[in-house]
Write a protein of this length. Structure first.
Length: 253
């Protein structure tokens, strides 16, 4: 008598709640592209920021409700590719890069290809890489640089044509930082459920107040500062290591 057990059937259903947020983030990225084609660049930038907020919720909700699945992780990566890889590049192209011809679409493609490579590398390093850091600039942070930059310029009535070269440098630069080996703080070790010092709540309140003074410019400076923190931190570490090696050689035996 064959006692080989029948293989279990994989469940065909998916968890609705976290995937709803992922779908909403995907829609926000798709809407950003549509708004840019219609010349509504402020709406396009806000849609990218909305995608960032929604993307931050889906994973946390999946962990809180114990509904993490391989399907959800793959779907989230595809959503990120659209919202933070394709949408920012196309918004930048419609706003300014189109005026540069081949150089413009090349800068947009560099950003999109870098985002795809960044997401692929991140997926292969899950469970291996140090969760405290990102290797390379995260795609939402790169998208924030482009979205907030366009939002700021549009709010100041600056045309994309006059800033075409600066936009090309910013777009391609953000893409190259995504595929770099610079380390960035991931902030994943922050415990949002535990108790925090009272002073931290005051700092958060002041941070919100500063952002609301002039949201587009403040968000642009924050995103740009975070992007530059990786190279700065790396250079400081290299300088510190060299000084330590020199000190070790100069010490008398």
């Amino acid at each position: 008598m064959d006692e080989t057990p029948f293989p279990r059937k994989r469940p065909r259903g998916i968890y609705l709640l976290p995937n709803l947020f992922t779908t909403a983030a995907l829609f926000a990225g798709f809407y950003a592209v549509l708004a840019a084609t219609q010349g509504r660049f402020e709406a396009a930038s806000l849609a990218i920021f909305a995608a960032m907020v929604l993307d931050g919720f889906d994973g946390r909700i999946a962990r809180l409700t114990h509904t993490q699945t391989d399907f959800g992780a793959e779907y989230d990566s595809l959503s990120d590719m659209v919202a933070f890889g394709v949408a920012p590049a196309l918004v930048a192209y419609h706003w300014a890069l189109g005026a540069l011809g081949k150089i413009g679409w090349l800068a947009a493609f560099v950003y999109t290809a870098a985002a795809a490579l960044r997401l692929a590398r991140f997926n292969t390093q899950i469970g291996v890489a140090d969760k405290r850091y990102f290797q390379g600039l995260a795609s939402p942070a790169a998208a924030a640089i482009i979205a907030s930059g366009i939002w700021t310029a549009n709010d100041l009535n600056l045309s994309g044509t006059s800033l075409a070269w600066f936009t090309a440098f910013l777009t391609a630069g953000a893409g190259l930082l995504m595929v770099s080996n610079f380390r960035y703080l991931s902030f994943k070790q922050l415990n949002l459920q535990g108790q925090v010092p009272f002073l931290l709540t005051v700092v958060v309140m002041l941070a919100f107040a500063i952002v609301f003074i002039y949201p587009p410019l403040v968000l642009f400076l924050l995103a740009l500062g975070y992007a530059l923190s990786g190279p700065t931190w790396t250079l400081l570490r290299l300088k510190l290591n060299r000084s330590r090696r020199r000190t070790g050689r100069d010490d008398p035996q």
